[in-house]
Design a protein around this ligand. Structure first.
Ligand SMILES: [Fe+2]
Length: 567
């Protein structure tokens, strides 16, 4: 049944598992593509926003740069006041400096809290921006981190023109705070985030504020490396972060100087939906599995239980018990098969009974034929059988032993076929030689039956019916339990019938007397247990009258009536 259930489960669950696996795989692929697209879009939006802020600042600076040539007539203080006005107006700006083309400062305003910080680094950057702006371009330097203030500034330079001649450079330091804010606010699911890198791959904005302040080099991060190597293009890839954690990320360039926005999130977070889907599939798959299991077991039992019962009953029947019936309640093919099988068993039972009857009749006839050779022993075998079976009842013997006893008792004297009539029917006492010949009959009987395979279990009980319990019997002189039980029973029954029957050499002894004699022979001639059973049966009136009753049913002519010389 287990095999049947496994097969049913395989048939029902295999397609479910395969389809679920494919479904998950397809969904993962779709989801990954969707997530990468969505990350790329988010990176692009963030980059646009940062670019927009920078552009907006530059536009403000361009307004200042366009206004400055108009202030030629202004005193230095007035120019300073104008710059201060702009500084006050544009809160992102930390300083505004106007330089002539010879790098001389014409006017400079700095927010008081930021003045005097990192002068050396600022000077280097400002020189670089000045040089770039002198090419006639707007230039945005990489940010300078001011750890002390937990902020960073970025220097922007743009040329100042008067009537198409470059007359100076306007330098402005802009706070990165607003850009940080733009980048920081990018947040999705559990741990999706964005960060900004400069043209060298250093971290210049992002939630990792200490990393931002020390401008941590991110070149080794796969996605940053890819961005830097491809340069100024957008893209999205799955990658591993510094700690080897699997991530999904996208990058997008800013419009300015190679800065780029990276958006990323751990793959495991991105796949929350897939994990949920897998969980759901597992749960429903499990429920379906249990249901399929239950249904499978139910139907498997419906098929297997009748088959198992069928097999059990068939085995019992095969062992010869034709009373066994197969009970199958199912109104299907198995039920029909059981009915047919039962009918067949019924027929077999009838056939078996007939065969047994025929067999027993044949044996009875054979036994009767032996007995008939001597008118004094007519009916002897049948009576011995009757007494033996009564003893067997008393001893509560099992069916198989009773069957052996029954046949052995009927055939016990079959060996007399080989004894000459002159000895067998001798009315007077026998000589020793004649008696020795008579004593051969159990062995002869066993030899006659030896070729019959079906009687092999019977033969020992026939052969030893003249053995004595004390070992003084014949033909083999075996003793006690060595003598087969049916033979020990036949010995008692045989003696009882012989002694209670008229013989040419004896007059029948009274049944009671014989019973007493048998009682006295317990442990010497006979098995005490068999004697006890016989005596019990005798006291229960199960022995007395058997002979009379059998004669009534099947009258024999008493030898006296045909042999007046004896009478
Ligand atoms: Fe005998």
């Amino acid at each position: 049944m287990l095999q049947l259930i496994i097969v049913m489960l395989m048939i029902s669950l295999a397609p479910l598992i395969i389809s679920d696996r494919n479904l998950v795989k397809i969904n993962e692929e779709y989801l990954e593509n969707d997530l990468l697209d969505s990350h790329a879009q988010r990176a692009r939006q963030t980059a646009d926003e940062v670019s927009g802020h920078l552009r907006h600042t530059i536009e403000k600076l361009e307004i200042i740069a366009r206004l400055l040539p108009l202030t030629q007539s202004f005193s230095d203080i007035q120019k300073y006041q104008l710059l201060f006005f702009f500084l006050d107006e544009y809160k992102d700006l930390i300083s505004i400096t106007l330089l002539d083309t010879q790098r001389n400062s014409i006017a400079e305003v700095v927010r008081p809290d930021m003045s005097g910080l990192y002068l050396e680094e600022r000077k280097k950057i400002r020189d670089q921006v000045f040089d770039q702006s002198m090419q006639g371009n707007v230039f945005v330097a990489d940010p300078l981190s001011i750890s002390e203030k937990k902020t960073a500034i970025v220097t922007i330079g743009l040329p100042v023109f008067q009537e198409n001649n470059m007359t100076g450079i306007l330098l402005a330091d802009m706070s990165m705070d607003k850009i940080w804010e733009i980048v920081d606010k990018v947040s999705f699911r559990q741990s999706g985030e964005a960060y900004l890198i400069d043209r060298l791959g250093r971290l210049i904005a992002g939630k990792d504020r200490p990393g931002v302040l020390r401008q941590e080099n991110m070149k080794d991060v796969e996605i940053v490396g890819k961005y830097l190597s491809l340069g100024k293009t957008g893209g999205a890839i799955p990658f591993a972060d510094k700690n080897g954690k699997e991530m999904l990320g996208a990058y997008a360039p800013l419009d300015f100087e190679g800065w780029g926005v990276v958006v990323q999130e751990p793959r495991v977070d991105a796949y929350t939906m897939v994990a949920e889907m897998k969980r759901q599939i597992l749960v429903w798959g499990g429920i379906t599995g249990i249901l399929v299991c239950g249904i499978g077991i139910f139907f498997a039992r419906k098929i297997s239980v009748p088959i198992i019962n069928f097999t059990k009953s068939a085995l019992v029947i095969a062992q010869g018990n034709f009373k066994e019936k197969i009970t199958v309640r199912a109104k299907n093919e198995i039920g029909q098969l059981a009915e047919t099988f039962n009918y067949m068993v019924k027929q077999l039972d009838l056939y078996d009974k007939n065969m047994r009857r025929l067999f027993m009749s044949a044996i009875s006839s054979l036994a009767a034929a032996i007995d008939e050779r001597d008118p004094y022993t007519r009916g002897h075998s049948e009576r011995v059988t009757e007494y033996s079976l009564v003893i067997a009842d008393e001893m509560k013997l099992d069916l198989k032993t009773r069957e052996i006893l029954h046949i052995a008792a009927l055939l016990h004297d079959i060996g007399k076929i080989g004894i000459d009539d002159s000895i067998l029917r001798k009315p007077s006492g026998l000589s020793k030689a004649e008696y020795n010949l008579i004593k051969q009959h159990p062995g002869k009987g066993a030899n006659i039956m030896a070729p019959i395979k079906q009687l092999q279990k019977i033969i020992p009980s026939m052969r030893h019916h003249h053995e004595r319990y004390d070992g003084e019997g014949y033909p083999d002189g075996i003793r006690g339990e060595e003598i087969p039980l049916p033979a020990r029973i036949i010995a008692v029954a045989d003696t009882f019938d012989a002694m209670t029957s008229d013989r040419p050499y004896q007059v029948a002894t009274d049944e009671e007397e014989v019973m007493e004699l048998i009682k006295s022979w317990a442990g010497t001639r006979f098995d005490p247990k068999v004697c006890e059973a016989f005596i019990q049966a005798f006291r229960n009136n199960r022995i007395k009258g058997i002979k009379r009753k059998m004669l009534e049913e099947k009258p024999y002519h008493h030898p006296a009536s045909v042999r007046p010389d004896i009478a």
